[in-house]
Write a protein that binds this ligand. Structure first.
Ligand SMILES: [Fe+2]
Ligand SMILES: [Fe+2]
Length: 272
C-alpha cells in the first residue's frame, strides 16, 4: 500500500543522510508521477513535519561569518563553491517537501503538488550531480563546513504559505538564476566539464521552480483578492532580511514570471 503524499514528504524530511534523502525523494517523486499518469492520484493526507529537517552529522554547520573564504580562482576555492552548491541543493530538497507537508490545511489543486513533487525530484538530482562532481575531485559533501541558518526562511514562513512562496522560490531560488551564469563561466574557464554540465542542468531546471512559485503565489492572491505585487512587497519585507541585490537576471526572471516591478522596489533598504 502506498503512503499518502504528506507522509512521504515527512519521511524525506526525517531522513538525515544526504544521498539517502535524495534517493527516497526520487523514489517518492516517481511514485507520485506514476499514480498521476495512471489516473489514480495518491491522497495528500496530513503530516507533522519536523521544525528542522534531519541532516547528516557532517558537514559542520557554522555561522556564515565563520565559514572560511577561499579564492574562487583556486582549485580549493572551486571545491568550496561546489560544496556550497551541494549544501544549497540538499536544503532545497527539504524546502520542496516541506511546502508539501506543512500546508495541507490549505486546500490546493493537484497541480500544486505536481509542481512541488517534480521540483523536489529535480533538487534531489541536483544534489546527486554536485556530489558526483565533488567525489570525482576526491572530495565529498560533508568534507567542508557549511552555512548554518539556511532553514531560517522556512522557519520564518512556517505558518504562511504565501510568505513561503514569496521568500523561497520567488526570492531565494530567483537569486540562483542571477548568480549561476557567472559560476558556469568560472568552471568553464577552469576546464571543469563535469561541474559545467551539472550547473547547466541546475540552471535550466531552476527557472521552472521560480515559475511554480510565481504561479501559485498569483493563484493564492486571486483566491484572497489581493494585489500580487503589493502583497509580494509586503511579504518579502516582513520575512526576508535586507534588500534584494542587483544585478538581476532579468531575462530568466521574466521567463519565470517575475516582472521587474516585483523585485526592483525591494532593492532599497526599508524598515522590516
Ligand atoms: Fe536545485
Ligand atoms: Fe529549485
Amino acid at each position: 500500500m502506498s503512503l499518502r503524499l504528506a507522509a512521504m514528504a515527512e519521511a524525506v524530511l526525517r531522513t538525515g543522510d544526504g544521498r539517502a534523502k535524495a534517493a527516497l525523494s526520487l523514489d517518492y517523486a516517481a511514485q507520485w508521477a506514476a499514480a498521476r499518469a495512471a489516473g489514480a492520484p495518491l491522497e495528500i493526507g496530513t503530516a507533522s513535519p519536523p521544525d528542522r529537517p534531519a541532516r547528516p552529522a557532517r558537514p559542520d554547520l557554522l555561522d556564515p561569518r565563520d565559514v572560511p573564504r577561499r579564492r574562487p580562482g583556486s582549485p580549493q576555492g572551486r571545491i568550496a563553491m561546489l560544496h556550497a552548491v551541494a549544501h544549497i541543493e540538499l536544503n532545497a530538497v527539504d524546502l520542496h517537501w516541506d511546502i508539501i507537508a506543512r500546508f495541507t490545511d490549505t486546500p490546493m489543486p493537484l497541480g500544486f503538488y505536481d509542481d512541488w513533487v517534480k521540483s523536489a525530484g529535480e533538487e534531489s538530482k541536483h544534489f546527486n550531480l554536485v556530489c558526483d562532481v565533488l567525489e570525482a575531485h576526491g572530495s565529498h559533501y560533508g568534507a567542508l563546513p557549511a552555512h548554518a541558518g539556511m532553514w531560517r526562511a522556512a522557519e520564518d514562513t512556517a505558518t504562511d504559505l504565501m510568505g513561503r512562496l514569496a521568500v523561497v522560490p520567488m526570492v531565494l531560488e530567483a537569486r540562483g538564476l542571477d548568480v549561476t551564469p557567472d559560476m558556469i563561466a568560472l568552471f568553464e574557464k577552469a576546464g571543469d566539464a563535469g561541474a559545467v554540465a551539472a550547473l547547466r542542468t541546475i540552471y535550466a531546471e531552476e527557472v521552472a521552480h521560480v515559475a511554480y512559485g510565481s504561479k501559485w503565489f498569483h493563484f493564492l492572491c486571486g483566491r484572497h483578492e489581493l494585489d500580487p505585487k503589493d502583497n509580494f512587497h509586503d511579504l518579502v519585507r516582513r520575512y526576508f532580511r535586507g534588500p534584494l541585490k542587483p544585478p538581476f537576471n532579468e531575462a530568466k526572471r521574466a521567463e519565470a514570471g517575475l516582472p521587474p516591478d516585483f523585485y526592483w522596489p525591494l532593492t532599497e533598504t526599508q524598515g522590516k
